[in-house]
Design a protein around this ligand. Structure first.
Ligand code: JFZ
Length: 429
């Protein structure tokens, strides 16, 4: 074959949300994921540590001590803004069932902690103030709720006293509450894999939510298909690869969720990713035509760690300079690799170079297209050559950015819709 993937204009999945809304979401490219709740008092993983590292009775009592007096919604949202993030997703209810908002349908919520203030509401308000899209994570499974049949991770025998029909009513009530009170831009479902939840329930809930707000974006973890894809049977608008960068995909929208440290919820001294790792992850995600939802777990007192805020600010500083090569671009025309990631818009190809040891960056030629001008984004011209079936850039100089240098290739015609070259990409000679 010629090594080129065909572009298709229509997504293959079951997309019901207006494609223009999804396109607007995909233009944003970077968001902040926040995993938070009473479990941070133990520093273990949210949901998963219940009945494992933390006994069930201890875990379920943590809310009585949860008093994040230093929580400041504006500070979190400003941190996201300064990081160049365009949306924010908060775990309103994770697998442990605890609700960060004053829900009328359960007492296991923030009003029954010593803190007694609405976290979800404060974040929604702040996001509005700072122009950040506000999004809500909601776990389908709920190991705490008496009507959800499985009461902890690993328990496979359903509780005969549980009532899934009643639990579905509970979900609908809560989601209606969340939609009408906080008007989320997007709902991030999770915990769809357990047996009590079925595809029919997912389809029914999707339709219910769309009736409440036809524009609310919904991820693909509502139905029973894989997180990675948008194939037949998908319930939801976009794919959700987790802890890795999704594959280049020009037709189906996707968002990789990746932790800044290792745990989703806060853990003391958790290993944090370096700035080059963060920037390369962002560029490779955009280069694959996807979004990055980068996760931070705030501390039990309500603050984010200073070192994590600093790292996010560094990402924002990089984006201030080079954001035009990320926001509103498309991935391709070459598949990202360990050296480079490529994005494109109109007649421009942006080359994100992660490291360079040689003197030439060599790329496959794009038949029928020629470079008319090459330069560092915000910098000087770069010599370029076309020869045989290759084109190259000369790297005889110090690169302008030690983390990731961005070149602009102005081409003789628009390159946004040319098929992706999946064979070889870049090489440094
Ligand atoms: C899920 C959550 O469980 C996790 O806590 C986090 O919220 C993440 C974004 O999404 O991740 C999963 C989902 C399923 C498994 C592991 C992690 N699993 O089935 O082992």
């Amino acid at each position: 074959m010629n090594g080129q993937a065909q572009l298709q204009s229509a997504p293959s999945g079951n997309i019901h949300t207006d494609p223009k809304i999804i396109a607007g979401f995909m233009d944003k490219r970077l968001g902040l994921f926040i995993h938070w709740g009473p479990v941070t008092l133990r520093g273990t993983e949210i949901g998963w540590s219940r009945n494992h590292q933390v006994s069930q009775s201890d875990y379920d009592s943590l809310y009585k001590e949860f008093n994040p007096v230093l929580f400041d919604a504006d500070q979190w949202v400003k941190t996201a803004k300064d990081a160049g993030m365009k949306y924010l997703t908060i775990t309103a209810k994770h697998h442990d069932g605890f609700c960060l908002w004053p829900t009328a349908f359960s007492t296991y919520n923030i009003m029954h902690t010593p803190y007694k203030k609405d976290i979800v509401g404060a974040l929604a308000k702040s996001c509005k103030k700072y122009g950040i899209q506000f999004c809500i994570y909601y776990s389908v499974l709920d190991w705490h709720h008496p009507d959800y049949p499985l009461h902890n991770d690993g328990k496979k025998v359903p509780d005969p006293l549980a009532d899934m029909e009643k639990y579905r009513v509970y979900m609908k009530n809560q989601l209606k509450e969340l939609i009408t009170q906080y008007h989320p831009y997007m709902l991030w479902f999770d915990g769809n894999w357990e047996s009590p939840w079925t595809q029919d329930m997912a389809t029914d809930l999707y339709q219910y939510l769309k009736k409440l707000d036809k524009n609310v974006i919904i991820n693909n973890r509502l139905g029973k298909t894989s997180d990675e894809g948008m194939g037949p049977g998908t319930v939801g608008d976009y794919a959700t690869p987790e802890q890795h960068i999704g594959q280049l995909n020009m037709k189906d929208p996707w968002e990789s969720c990746i932790t800044l440290c290792e745990q989703w919820a806060w853990k003391p001294n958790d290993a944090m990713k370096s700035l080059p790792q963060c920037i390369q992850t962002l560029c490779s995600t955009a280069g694959g035509n996807g979004n990055l939802l980068l996760n931070v777990g705030p501390m039990p007192d309500g603050r984010m760690e200073a070192r994590q805020i600093k790292r996010l600010k560094e990402i924002g500083d990089w984006l201030k300079q080079y954001g035009s090569s990320i926001y509103g671009t498309k991935g391709g025309p070459f598949v990202p690799d360990s050296i480079c990631a490529f994005t494109r818009k109109d007649n421009k190809i942006y080359v994100h170079l992660f490291h360079a040891t040689g003197s030439q960056l060599v790329m496959p030629d794009l038949p029928g297209f020629r470079i008319t001008k090459a330069y560092f984004l915000k910098g000087e011209a770069v010599p370029f050559y076309h020869y045989g079936d290759h084109m190259s850039l000369e790297l005889h100089r110090n690169l302008p950015d030690p983390v990731c240098s961005v070149f602009v290739l102005e081409m003789n015609a628009p390159v946004e819709n040319i098929p992706v070259i999946i064979k070889i990409t870049s090489k440094i000679d």
